[in-house]
Design a protein around this ligand. Structure first.
Ligand SMILES: Cc1cc2nc3c(=O)[nH]c(=O)nc-3n(C[C@H](O)[C@H](O)[C@H](O)COP(=O)(O)OP(=O)(O)OC[C@H]3O[C@@H](n4cnc5c(N)ncnc54)[C@H](O)[C@@H]3O)c2cc1C
Length: 381
């Protein structure tokens, strides 16, 4: 899906091509690519985004420390058909046994993801027989695995870089942060990094914002990554508790706690990423006090999204008025030309291309919005 989408904007993935060197200069990054046949190519780029995974070459070349820990234990994972699981097909299930846990997550109509911890043993690739034996021993009995789509082993690292930006070079995704797969948030977190960074680079490259605008990327996204590292680390340690009494207390608390709808909703909101926000962002301005709608730094899902295609622009969510039209006229290229219906008729919301509110003001205080836009266009320049 991503590759198709890239194609619609004229991009293509060059498989078998490796970034083997780069030098960051005053005007951009000089990159050396090595092609599958060994041929070299020089690419002069305005920016380099190192989204090259947990073993990132870009991160190592920058000399950045990937600070954190590696858990001293191995895990096995399988995506397989599961019969006989005594919970509804769309619900996850965890079974705890003195040997360790076995977890089932529904991932499609026919398949569950099954994960088990193995303790401090060397990593090794499991087969379906080993997964079935673990499920028989730790599960409630009567569960049969079949038709495996994928089997693997993995270790858990909890690491994050200190700097998401060095000159014209950025780090995103697993190159910037890795954490336990408990909660299944790694891929979404990386995509949200990209979404946060892309619109900032786009408006800077169009000459509509100051080069310092992308500095907010690392500040906003490293805060999110730290929270996810902490949450998924806690979840992993709770699943892996070894003390028998602590295990019993955990089982009771989790069983009772998850019967409470408010707790289920809170956990779902946190794991899905929907509650992520940037309340302390330097881009935020104004306040939603007294208005029915999100505050600066929170998500706002607009009923009339930005037009498909075209360069990313901020959107004004306000009722049509001379004030709204004046704000748009003040920054015609940075703001979309249309005003979307606001969550509250009495307020004006300035929404970033990544769906987060940058500024909120009551009608009549539109200068708060123009000041926020002015700051974006002139920061540090
Ligand atoms: C067992 C396991 C289960 C997981 N389950 C989930 C889940 O349920 N949900 C979820 O959201 N996440 C999950 N994750 C995490 C998720 O897989 C990662 O967070 C995600 O793939 C990271 O994406 P990325 O693009 O940052 O890095 P990667 O997916 O690692 O991609 C990096 C790419 O860069 C390329 N590359 C590397 N070096 C170079 C170079 N020098 N030049 C050119 N290209 C280069 C690589 O070939 C690769 O294609 C899981 C991870 C594990 C280990």
């Amino acid at each position: 899906m991503l590759e198709d989408h890239l194609g619609t904007s004229g991009g293509a993935v060059e498989r078998g091509t490796e970034l083997t060197d780069f030098v960051d200069g005053p005007d951009g990054v000089s990159c050396t690519l090595t092609h599958a046949g060994g041929g070299k190519e020089r690419v002069e780029a305005a920016w380099l985004i190192g989204c090259d995974g947990a073993h990132s070459f870009v991160r190592r070349r920058l000399g950045q420390v990937f600070a954190g820990d590696t858990l001293p234990m191995g895990f096995v994972i399988a995506d397989a058909h599961v019969a006989g699981l005594p919970v509804p097909p769309d619900e996850p299930a965890i079974f705890w046994h003195p040997d360790g846990a076995v977890m089932f997550f529904p991932i499609s109509r026919d398949h569950h993801r099954i994960i088990a911890d193995l303790g401090p043993v060397p990593l090794h690739m499991p087969d379906l027989g080993e997964m079935q034996r673990i499920v028989d021993r730790r599960g409630p009995g009567g569960i049969t695995l079949s038709d495996p789509a994928w089997l693997s082993d993995f270790g858990v690292n909890e690491r994050i870089v200190r700097h998401y930006r060095t000159g014209h070079v950025f780090l995103a995704g697993d190159a910037a942060h890795v954490h336990s797969p408990a909660g299944g948030q790694g891929m979404n977190t990386g995509m949200q990094d990209a979404f946060n960074l892309a619109w900032k680079l786009a408006v800077v490259m169009r000459g509509e914002a100051a080069p310092s605008l992308p500095d907010s990327y690392g500040i906003e996204r490293s805060g999110v990554a730290r929270r996810i590292l902490s949450d998924s680390g806690h979840m992993t340690r709770i699943v892996l508790l070894e003390n028998h009494l602590a295990q019993r207390a955990r089982n009771l608390v989790v069983q009772q706690g998850f019967r409470i709808p408010a707790i289920r909703r809170a956990v779902a909101g946190r794991l899905s990423g929907i509650r992520i926000g940037y309340p302390d962002s330097q881009l935020n301005a104004g306040s939603a006090g007294g208005l029915h709608g999100p505050a600066p730094g929170q998500r706002l899902v607009l009923r009339q999204g930005r037009a498909a295609g075209g360069p990313p622009r901020l959107v004004l969510a306000a009722r049509d008025s001379a004030e709204a039209r004046a704000i748009i006229a003040h920054h015609p290229s940075l703001l979309a030309a249309t005003a979307c219906p606001p969550p509250d008729e009495n307020g004006i919301w300035l929404v970033r291309p990544d769906g987060y509110v940058a500024a909120v003001a009551r009608n009549g205080n539109g200068s708060v919005i123009t000041a926020a836009l002015d700051r974006m266009t002139s920061q540090g320049s």
